[in-house]
Design a protein around this ligand. Sequence first.
Ligand SMILES: Nc1nc2c(c(=O)[nH]1)N[C@H]1C(S)=C(S)[C@@H](COP(=O)(O)OP(=O)(O)OC[C@H]3O[C@@H](n4cnc5c(=O)[nH]c(N)nc54)[C@H](O)[C@@H]3O)O[C@H]1N2
Ligand SMILES: Nc1nc2c(c(=O)[nH]1)N[C@H]1C(S)=C(S)[C@@H](COP(=O)(O)OP(=O)(O)OC[C@H]3O[C@@H](n4cnc5c(=O)[nH]c(N)nc54)[C@H](O)[C@@H]3O)O[C@H]1N2
Ligand SMILES: [Mo]
Length: 779
Amino acid sequence: MSEKEKVRLESTEGDYRSTQAFFTTMRMKDKAETIVIPHEKPYQYREGDLNVTRGIAWSGPGCHLGCGVLLYTDDNDKLVKVEGDPEHPTNHGRLCIRCLDIPEVTNHEDRLLYPLKRAREDRGKDKWERISWDEAIDICVDNLEEIRQKYGPQSVVFIHGTGRDIPPWQSRLCWSYGSPNYSNTLSGNACYLPRIAGSSATMGCFLLADCSQQFADRYDNPEYEVPEVMYIWGNNTIISNADGFFGHWVVDLMKRGMQIVMVDPRMTWLGSKALLNMPIRPGTDAALALGMLNVIISEDLYDHDFVDKWCYGFDELAERVKEYPTDLVSKITWIPEDMIVEAARILGKAKNAALQWGLAVDMTKEAMPAGQAIAALFQITGNIDIPGGCIPPVEILAASGGWGRDLLPPEQEQNRLGLKKFKLLQMGYKQCEQGEVLKAVETGDPYEIHGVHIQTTNPLACMSAHPKRLYDAYKNVDFIMAVDLFMTPTIMALADVCLPAATFPERFGTGAAMCGTQRLETMNKVTEIGEAKSDMEINYLIGKRLNPEAYPWDSYLDQFDEILSPSGWTREELAKDSPVYLPFQYKRYEKGLLRADGQPGFETTTGRIELYSVFYQACDLDPLPYYEEPEPGPISTPEQLDEFPLILTTGARNWASFHSEHRQVKRLRNIHPDPLVQVHPDTCKKFGVKDGDWVWVENFLGRAKRKVQETPILLHPEYISTDHGWWFPESDPEKFYDVFDLAINNLVPFNCGRSGFGGNYKTTLAKIYPYKEGETNGI
Ligand SMILES: Nc1nc2c(c(=O)[nH]1)N[C@H]1C(S)=C(S)[C@@H](COP(=O)(O)OP(=O)(O)OC[C@H]3O[C@@H](n4cnc5c(=O)[nH]c(N)nc54)[C@H](O)[C@@H]3O)O[C@H]1N2
Ligand SMILES: Nc1nc2c(c(=O)[nH]1)N[C@H]1C(S)=C(S)[C@@H](COP(=O)(O)OP(=O)(O)OC[C@H]3O[C@@H](n4cnc5c(=O)[nH]c(N)nc54)[C@H](O)[C@@H]3O)O[C@H]1N2
Ligand SMILES: [Mo]
């Protein structure tokens, strides 16, 4: 038996070590370890007529960054102003416009202020009735209890949106209720999870660009070195500030001499300042990475010492990348061949290089091999856990990736929708695959779904692929409850009970920012609006009734201390000293700091970075990275090109909104009033449309209404790019605020990758044609 066969056998026999490691296994051990940074001002103080409270911003409204903020309230506790906290090491006083505009959101006249109910037969009608919290909680508990008794807890699905700080609280509710079906509604969990789960499976940790975020003294820390070059791959950091990564760190580093290489089909502000801006055809990132690996390996530009000591399967990888010569890769990616070679050489020769990868890596069907190939570039060049390279973030709080895992009865685990089909779903936070959930709702196979719990998500407008399909399926479910800040198309279309949630200035919270920042901090309540309650309190009230043992606390506030307990901090103490930092060291793999058993190496079966993944192999997946043409596409379905000649990517972020949020917030809406499709001037000419025209963007599955923005930023005239998340709060509620005319996901099918991760949200073929007044997709 070969060594690989042996390893494979061992891992199929249950040594799925990496499943334990969502980020890495290192945790904060006690309070004395933490670094408390001095603040000039106390956490609450008076400035003129106003009270100022320090804290961080997280959702709602949505964001997952955790910038330091100063909340200004008047003597009636009304939130009147928000400023960036100049003392906060993440943002140093800088804030985006959405955060500066929080008072308009928090105090908005359209906020949900009271619990609402509606008769089952009135679903889809604007016939809501105000009810008390007691009645609302009773209805939710009674329905969920009845379904659990009649059909079993697995027949309720709990769906959430992007990684705000709410999902862990919903996971506890879900698992303590007894359901294994905790999920978002993205086909193939196609946001962040493909990158995280893939990295965890192959190296036991995740990779982030080292921007000194782990040090409270930041760029001045003596250990830190500026990266020579940063590869920004399918990520527009300045606008998106995604997942705890503050985009302006890139600018800070460029001012300190760092160069950037961008991989993006559009010219962005950063791209215009880049050494190279690679005009990639959407969905072909894996091919590009494999082509660059080919150059680095064939030109002997990799780090032999690092590969020999710390990587597993290099020879197999070297063999695989021979299938991707740069001339072929250029034809696939539409990037000039010399640019691919140059990008590879720059990386191979750099003293230290950082990777900042984004959503575009996840939003293609075969996202896992794409991420695997991109990561391999930085692994074989030894850019792992070195100053100015890629750093594995630590999981500071166990709750970050799902709270209450231990509460799910073990016999329910096998009912998790998607797990049987996709073994790799054991990676991550025990989520389902929504395509499989939908099939169960539609067909009752493998069992019927009778309830849906919706919290912080607006799937019809934003998250779900093929939203009409989700609507048609979910509208027949017996009981649907939702928790949100505002009325949404999803709630109007589907829910029976709607509970009003608090924005972040109205609630307490803890933040353990993900992005390698090694910091722990709090959100602090400064105001109250209507009868809105925090998601934490709402879930506590419901959860305590459905499973009292899982909620042993006397107040929902005690839960924060429970979550924080591994750190030694209580919420109230932390509020005063927040943010606090954990100490940090480089080259943790040499010191036994990346493995649970304290041995040197990585938390994988082989103890090394698996360029050839034993874990993937055990999940019946190709152990090596590969490229597969997205479908539809000019190469996979050339027969569609006559009808759909354009290559569409979707969802590039803009300043004025977070997903489907903020459309009713006037100042922000004025900045970006309409759903746009960016079209190259040559293509406008060809299709007889011009800037400002309303058009339909259409593919084989459906169409969505857009306004043309004529712009040369598309790097090939055939590329078009459009916003996602649109609905018009000002439109007819009973037409669900026009969501089915506006949802770009009308064009996105449920169709995840072989692993259960990844979906074609950012790549399809399409056409555009003029919209005629009165045309609609209907409901
Ligand atoms: N075509 C296309 N589609 C995409 C994307 C794309 O790039 N292209 N991006 C996708 C990605 S990456 C993601 S993560 C999803 C995001 O999808 P979602 O997370 O579902 O985002 P939203 O539609 O904004 O829904 C969030 C809802 O939660 C509410 N909310 C905000 N804060 C709070 C809070 O604190 N408590 C409660 N209870 N509610 C709150 C908001 O009012 C809003 O109605 O969208 C995806 N959709
Ligand atoms: N303002 C704002 N900020 C947000 C959000 C928001 O809705 N609004 N959403 C948050 C969430 S949940 C997420 S996941 C992040 C996502 O944030 P990012 O990771 O930055 O993702 P996007 O902005 O969707 O796309 C980034 C870039 O990828 C390019 N791109 C498109 N298709 C491809 C492709 O196939 N390959 C490559 N290499 N590039 C491609 C786009 O042109 C775009 O410039 O943003 C977060 N931050
Ligand atoms: Mo996301």
